[in-house]
Design a protein around this ligand. Structure first.
Ligand code: ADP
Length: 481
């Protein structure tokens, strides 16, 4: 049996996982790293931390088994790195997808009337989340950067590009269609970098990586005497879609990690929804381009981290489960989950978080329950928009670190009044990258084995959640900027 390597570079950690061709996990190594928050709404990472943690985890798994047929990379999307082509070194820290520093620049572009053309070409909204305004910020704020960029001396990449450049012996400057589709510079209809968009954001085209399909030839990692071809690259949310086998039209998954991202496969049709959901490239595999609708929620698992690390309510994210009410009861406490603004369907980069309804009696249970509800309510906002647009939801496949929490899955099912399905292996993101590398290597059987766990909605709780959701909606509404 052949072995395949998945590199999963996430917002909080880097992982390398070795799978066999039955998609069974053989070895796994994970290293966390820290983000920095230098100013209000700013989130940065050190590109060297990303590289070092990826290399360490790679070494850990390859030391145990160096025979690898191919490698797939999946990564946090939109996070922006600009590096010198001469030295190979970044000229500024990585600006992370959660960073909101370019919010007033986005407002300027909107007032100049650019929003519609950007939306129609990219399927995205004009928001600091995506890479283009982050690149522009670096060019405008790092000494000499713009001159160097205009002389063709700088390269831009999302994390996948940076890793391919640093890990491949060929030093390739490549990306894949899914990561490209999150930059605001890529036309998702003709599947190429777009000159009009580059002009709007004032970014030289010489900085951009070459775009390949997800199952392209991205280069070679050399480890000791072994050469491992990188045959799969796919952004993390699209990778989870593939990992969950959502290959048919209407298949949908929701990943609950640092952020939460709900995605529906719409096959060859890019469907535009006006109520704040994104249209994006799902994947290009075996010559077939498929699109997806995406609802992006910025704050999700990081809320639980905040309750753990800053509020000190518990020592381990797992313990949050015992504080979460199974009956939808937060004693009227509401949480506005806007550490870094709100994503879909509100798209407000300037709003900040808060609690409402605190009394002398408010307990840790109420606060933790309200925090979890803010995640399930945002999911409901997205599923409501989908249903308004005639996209049927029979069931929702879930994955990501948070769904280890079974009470959360049940609360989600009760809030949405939908069947929730959690696969045995919730690491769909890494699995997706592995599957793409397998397909590119000619494997045809990529179906996952394992038992799913199903959470059925309790309809006796519908009224409780509906009332609470109404109150939460009103609270959000008065706070939107
Ligand atoms: P990412 O890929 O974005 O780094 P993961 O999918 O690894 O994130 O998920 C990690 C997140 O899941 C953390 O933010 C953590 O707070 C949250 N988490 C992990 N276990 C639990 C749990 N049992 N209950 C609630 N949240 C959890």
């Amino acid at each position: 049996m052949k072995n395949y390597l998945a590199i999963d570079q996430g917002t909080t950690s880097s992982r390398s996982i070795l799978f066999n061709s039955k998609l069974e996990k053989i070895h796994d190594s994970q290293k966390e790293y820290d983000l920095s928050y230098p100013d209000d709404g700013w989130v940065e990472l050190n590109p060297d931390d990303v590289l070092v943690t990826v290399k360490e985890t790679l070494q850990n798994v390859l030391n145990k088994c160096a025979e690898v047929e191919a490698c797939g990379i999946t990564n946090q999307r939109e996070t922006t790195i600009v590096w010198s082509r001469e030295t190979g070194e970044p000229i500024y820290p990585g600006i992370v997808w959660q960073d909101r520093r370019t919010s007033s620049y986005c407002d300027n572009l909107k007032s100049e009337g650019h929003e519609e053309i950007i939306k129609s070409k990219t399927g995205l909204v004009l928001d600091p989340y995506f890479s283009a305004t982050k690149i522009k910020w670096i060019l405008d704020n790092v000494d000499g950067a713009r001159e160097q960029a205009e002389e063709g001396k700088l390269a831009f990449g999302t994390i996948d590009s940076y890793l391919i450049y640093k890990l491949s012996v060929e030093k390739n400057h490549f990306t894949d269609v899914t990561n490209a589709s999150r930059t605001l510079l890529f036309n998702i209809h003709d599947m190429s970098w777009d000159k009009d968009l580059l002009d709007i954001f004032d970014i030289p085209s010489s900085m951009l990586p070459t775009v390949l399909p997800c199952d392209g030839e991205f280069g070679t990692i050399e480890y000791d005497a072994n050469k491992i071809p990188i045959k799969g690259v796919i952004g993390d949310q699209q990778s989870a879609l593939v990992g969950q086998n959502c290959f048919s039209g209407g298949d949908m998954k929701s990943t609950y990690g640092t952020g939460c991202f709900l995605m529906v496969n719409t096959k060859e049709k890019p469907i535009h929804i006006k109520e704040g959901l994104l249209t994006t490239v799902a994947y290009e595999i075996n010559g077939e381009v498929c699109y997806a609708i995406e609802g992006s929620i910025y704050s999700c698992g990081n809320i639980i981290q905040w309750l753990r690390d800053k509020m000190k309510f518990f020592d381990d994210a797992k313990e949050s489960e015992k504080y979460l009410s199974k009956l939808g009861n937060s004693n009227k406490v509401l949480f506005l989950p806007a550490f870094n603004g709100l994503g879909a369907p509100f798209w407000d980069p300037d709003i900040r978080g808060g609690f409402h309804g605190i009394t002398q009696d408010t307990s840790i249970e109420d606060i933790v329950t309200a925090a979890f509800h803010s995640i399930t309510f945002q999911t409901k906002e997205i599923t409501d928009v989908l249903e308004t647009n005639n996209i049927e939801i029979n069931k929702l496949l879930v994955d990501g670190g948070m769904v280890a929490n079974g009470t959360f899955c049940q609360v989600l099912s009760d809030t949405l009044q939908k069947v929730i399905i959690r696969p045995e292996n919730v690491e769909s993101t890494a699995l997706g990258a592995c599957k793409v590398a397998m397909i590119a290597s000619g494997e045809t059987d990529i179906n996952l084995v394992g038992e799913n766990k199903t959470f059925d909605p309790d309809d006796s709780l519908k009224k409780v959640y509906d009332a609470s959701l109404d109150a939460w909606r009103s609270y959000i509404k008065i706070n939107l900027s």
